[in-house]
Structures are given as structure tokens and as C-alpha cells.
Design a protein around this ligand. Structure first.
Ligand code: CTP
Ligand SMILES: C[C@](O)(CO)[C@H](O)COP(=O)(O)O
Length: 249
């Protein structure tokens, strides 16, 4: 390499743990990310997974606004040194992703951002590493698993009954998980366009890139069944069983 060529090291990797939801499907007085899973909160387990990942330089927590102080306490007491900021979330998951983007506004377009559901506390180091590795070549990456169930599209018939409309070929279907990772320039451009669209709704971040930046391929890396999203009552017990099984291995 010639001496006058600018040298840039590997991109800086920020992981944003999205914990801005209230957990309406879980019910209960407190957001589900503050429930305990084998002695530690769901939120802390998600944060700890990214702090432990050697590929991740910095962690940002996007917390439901009324509980920011509690998140600060969890981070301070747990000694999660990679956490640089805890910011309030928005009214929707996409608004919380936008809060994460604001938190990293000083980073370069070539740097990386992983967006992760706090509600997926069992994410493995292997999955995080696979996602970051894929971003060496791709601008957008989502973690996904095949569906072992048949998935159908439904419609409502003339009598108001739900009926099957079609059965998509299962071999081409995947269930999206998180993390979903991006070159910052890619996800910034996609969200800029998305938030300019009055009809914008999304359930994940890869979908925002697919829709608003169709020229950018969104790669899939294989996820793990154990990376469940704690969503409904009962999911915590499942997560605890999976955690114990992983610890015994
Ligand atoms: N306004 C929101 C909504 C969701 N999330 C986060 O996005 C992840 C996935 O969302 P979900 O499982 O739907 O969480 P909740 O919105 O809390 O649950 P519910 O939809 O049942 O209310 C969670 O970690 C959640 O905290 C967020 O950061 N900001
Ligand atoms: C991002 C996600 O976890 C991918 O499966 C999912 O879409 C989040 O949906 P939710 O309704 O916000 O739980």
C-alpha cells in the first residue's frame, strides 16, 4: 500500500437494543423487558449479549421513556461498559429505530448499526458475529430461520369467516429475527424516505430498506430457533428452559 493512501480501519459497530415497547401482549404492570429471566432482566440479558460480543464496539439502549432511570440503574449495576447512551424510545418500533439512528448521528455512513429487539434476550454470540461478518460485503442483513409450520395467507369470506386465501411455498419463507444490521448510510437513507411517506408502517428494519431502498439487496443469515421474542405470557418460561439448556451444553 502506498504511504499517501488513506487508511481506514474496520468500521465502528454500534448495537442498538430496542426496549421502547410497553409489552401490551404480555400484559402486566411493567414492560416485559423489565421482567426477570433466570435472575436478570430480559433487558440486561440482551445488553449483556452485545457487550460480550467482540465485534461490537458500543451499545445504545432505546428505553421506554418512563423507565429510562431503571435502565440506567441496570446498566450501572451490571457494569455494562460498552453502553454509551440510554435514550427514550418512540411510540412505535420504527420510531424507536429512528431514536437509535439519532443516537449514532455522528458516525460515518460506512460504520455499522445492529438493531436488536430487547425482547430477544437469548441472541447468541454466533448470530451477532454472523451478522457483522456478512456486513463486510452487504449493506443490509437480517437474521432469519425457516418456518417449520405451513404458513397461509387468509381472507374473510362473505359471511365474515376467516378462510385460507393461498398457501405460499414454504421453502421460500423465513421468519425474521433480530439483530438486523446495516451500513449506516443504507439505513439512514431508507428511514429518511420512510418517514417522508405518510403511509409508512413497518414491523422490522429490513422491511424498511426493502421497501424504500429497493436497489439495496437485503441479505439473510441463518438464525437460531432459540432466539425467541418474549411476546406472550408463557414465553418467559420457554426462554428460561432454552437458557438452561444452553448453559448445560
Ligand atoms: N415503541 C416501541 C415498540 C417496540 N419496541 C421494541 O421492539 C421490540 C419488539 O417489539 P414487541 O415485541 O412488539 O414489543 P412491545 O411493543 O413491547 O410488545 P407489544 O407489541 O405486545 O406491545 C421490543 O424489544 C420492544 O421493546 C420499541 O423499542 N419501541
Ligand atoms: C423485528 C421482529 O422481531 C422480526 O420478527 C418483529 O417484526 C417485531 O415485531 P413486533 O410486533 O414489534 O414484536
Amino acid at each position: 500500500m502506498s504511504i499517501d493512501q488513506p487508511v481506514r480501519g474496520r468500521p465502528h459497530v454500534t448495537a442498538a437494543v430496542l426496549a421502547g415497547g410497553v409489552g401490551s401482549r404480555m400484559g402486566g404492570p411493567r414492560p416485559k423487558q423489565l421482567l426477570r429471566l433466570a435472575g436478570r432482566t430480559v433487558l440486561e440479558r440482551s445488553i449483556a449479549a452485545f457487550c460480550a460480543a467482540p465485534e461490537v464496539d458500543e451499545v445504545v439502549v432505546v428505553m421506554v421513556a418512563d423507565h429510562v432511570a431503571e435502565a440506567e440503574k441496570i446498566v450501572a449495576e451490571g457494569g455494562h461498559g460498552k453502553v454509551s447512551r440510554i435514550v427514550p424510545g418512540g411510540a412505535s418500533r420504527s420510531e424507536s429505530s429512528r431514536a437509535a439512528l439519532r443516537a449514532v448521528r455522528d458516525r460515518a455512513d460506512d460504520d455499522l448499526l445492529l438493531l436488536h429487539d430487547a425482547a430477544r434476550p437469548l441472541v447468541s454470540g454466533r448470530t451477532i458475529a454472523a451478522c457483522v461478518a456478512e456486513l463486510a460485503e452487504a449493506g443490509a442483513v437480517g437474521v432469519a430461520v425457516p418456518s417449520s409450520d405451513t404458513v397461509v395467507r387468509v381472507a374473510t369470506d362473505a359471511h365474515g369467516h376467516e378462510v385460507i386465501d393461498s398457501v405460499p411455498d414454504r421453502s421460500g419463507l423465513r421468519r425474521m429475527q433480530t439483530p438486523q444490521g446495516f451500513r449506516l448510510g443504507v439505513v439512514r437513507r431508507a428511514y429518511e424516505r420512510a418517514f417522508a411517506d405518510p403511509a409508512f408502517v413497518a414491523t422490522d428494519d429490513c422491511g424498511v430498506v426493502l421497501r424504500y431502498l429497493p436497489e439495496e439487496p437485503v441479505r439473510i443469515v441463518p438464525g437460531e430457533e432459540s432466539n425467541i421474542k418474549v411476546t406472550h405470557p408463557g414465553d418467559l418460561a420457554v426462554a428460561e428452559t432454552l437458557l438452561r439448556a444452553a448453559e448445560e451444553r
